[in-house]
Structures are given as C-alpha cells and as structure tokens.
Design a protein around this ligand. Structure first.
Ligand SMILES: [Zn+2]
Length: 280
C-alpha cells in the first residue's frame, strides 16, 4: 500500500505566509498610490509600475517552474539518490491499465496526477492504482483550460472538490497538486495551503502529448538525469508513437533502465514528500 497518510489525518494548517513576491507587489501598489496622491504629475509613472508588476505576476503564473507565487516543488527534497516518475491526466480506461501492467513488470512505482472527474468515471481503475502501491495525486476536478484565470472561489472548487473526490474514491488523501498545464495565478497558493497540498511541478517533461517520437521524449527526460528529479509523462491524452502504442509505453522501459544505471531509485511522491505543514 501507499505510504500516504490516511484520511482525516491532515493537521490544521498554520496561517498562510505571504510569498515575498506578493508582499513586494502589495508594497508596490501602496507606494504607487502614495506617489500618485503626493505628486499628481507622477501618476503615469505609478500606473506604469503597477502595470509592469501585473505583467510580472502573469508571467510568473505562465511559468510552471516559477516560485514567485508560492512554494513549488520542482525537485524531490532530501538529496537521496532517488527520482519520481509522475504520470498526468488519467485515469484513462485504455492506457492506464497497460501502464500499470508495464510498471508492475518493471517493478517500479509512480505517482499519478489524476483528473478527479476522470477518476469518478473509472473508480475501479483508481483503486487498482492505489492497490499496486502507486500514489494518487490531485490534478484538478476537470483540467479546465481557464484554470489560471479563476478567482479564489473557482480555484477552491477545482482543487478542493477534486481533493475530496480523489480521497473518497481512493481511500488516500493526495498530498500534492499539479496545475493543469502548470499554469496558475496568485490565488492558488492560499487554496493549496488551506488543503495542506504541495504544488508540485517537475524537473523535466517529455512533451509526450505533442511529440510522437519516443526517442526524443526519452532524451528530454533523461538528459542530465540526477538525484531528486521529478519527471513528467502522460497516460491521459497520450500520443501514439511509431509502434501505434501510447508513447509512454515505449518510453518507460528505457527510462527506468537509465535511472537504474545511474544508481537512482524510483519512488512515489507519497514516499518522498513530507507533509506540507510538517511542523503544525
Ligand atoms: Zn494535465
């Protein structure tokens, strides 16, 4: 079974700490307002500074590995000789069973970032993922392409409803959230904080939903492979390779072999991540 904490064990989170970039943003807004009031001629400069700041916030939200909008797990903590395979956008009734068979054959455990509505349609498949020792993590309720444009209420629904549904269906509380396409905005971190969820992005991704060449995807994932890497593949929306099979089925065997050749153990996020509010 997974090493994830059982349901209802999450400690009450401490107060949400403002990320430094957000603190600086609030300070800038205050300073701009004060400057515009004190020196009426300065208002175009103040407005320009605020507009530039909003552009920076938008850019940070469009940069999946950014830490400006809050903590973002891009590598496994701890420095152990281990890597995590993360598999997004399932469960898929056709692809996921084949991936589970292959992982069992390879003797490897992975972390599945599941879309909760897809999990609701495939409850037996979700249970099979957990029973095999893999970890189930939160990849939103619907994978809505407008996710990064949502306000606090929409984000709470997309993340919170997914969390409740995935916990209910799998019997295990996800500890990690990955934003659809990695895109987000400043309202997301308070929502994740309240749910004791880590934002997890990746060290390297294979772009396996766009690239149909397994060798290219393998090269992207294994170039510079090192301890702590979080690697991203997809079982939902999977591209087919030259073999006609979902791409990750051709990528996983050589990728696992390269990890092992480099002395790296494959672990799940449930094994590798401490609780977000460990000291609470
Ligand atoms: Zn996704």
């Amino acid at each position: 079974m997974s090493a994830a904490p059982p349901l209802a064990s999450a400690p009450r989170p401490p107060r949400w700490p403002l990320p430094p970039f957000i603190t600086a943003t609030l300070g800038l807004h205050g300073a701009a307002a004060a400057a515009a009031l004190a020196l009426p001629g300065a208002w175009p400069w103040a407005a320009g500074a605020v507009a530039a700041n909003h552009l920076a916030i938008t850019a940070a939200g469009l940069w999946p590995r950014s830490t400006w909008l809050g903590p973002n797990v891009r590598r496994l903590p701890g420095g152990a000789a281990q890597v995590a395979l993360t598999i997004d956008d399932g469960p898929d009734p056709e692809v996921t069973p084949a991936v589970l068979d292959l992982l069992a054959e390879l003797g490897v455990r992975a972390s599945f970032f599941c879309i909760a509505e897809r999990a609701r349609a495939q409850p037996a498949l979700l249970r099979r993922i957990v029973a095999a020792g893999h970890s189930v993590q939160n990849h939103s309720l619907r994978h809505d392409h407008r996710f990064s444009l949502m306000g606090p209420r929409g984000l709470t629904r997309e993340v919170g409803d997914a969390q409740a549904l995935l916990a209910d269906l799998s019997g295990v509380q996800p500890q990690a959230f990955r934003a659809p396409a990695g895109l987000r905005n400043p309202f997301l971190d308070p929502v994740l904080h309240a749910l004791s969820l880590h934002l997890v992005s990746w060290t390297r991704r294979g772009f396996d939903t766009r690239t149909a060449d397994a060798d290219v995807v393998l090269a992207r994932l294994s170039r510079g492979l090192a301890a702590g890497d979080i690697l991203l593949l997809h079982d939902g929306n999977a591209r087919r390779g030259a073999s006609g099979r979902p791409l990750l089925l051709d990528v996983l065997p050589p990728l696992v072999a390269r990890c092992r050749a480099a002395g790296l153990r494959l672990v799940t996020l449930a094994e590798a991540l401490p609780p977000r509010h460990a000291a609470a």
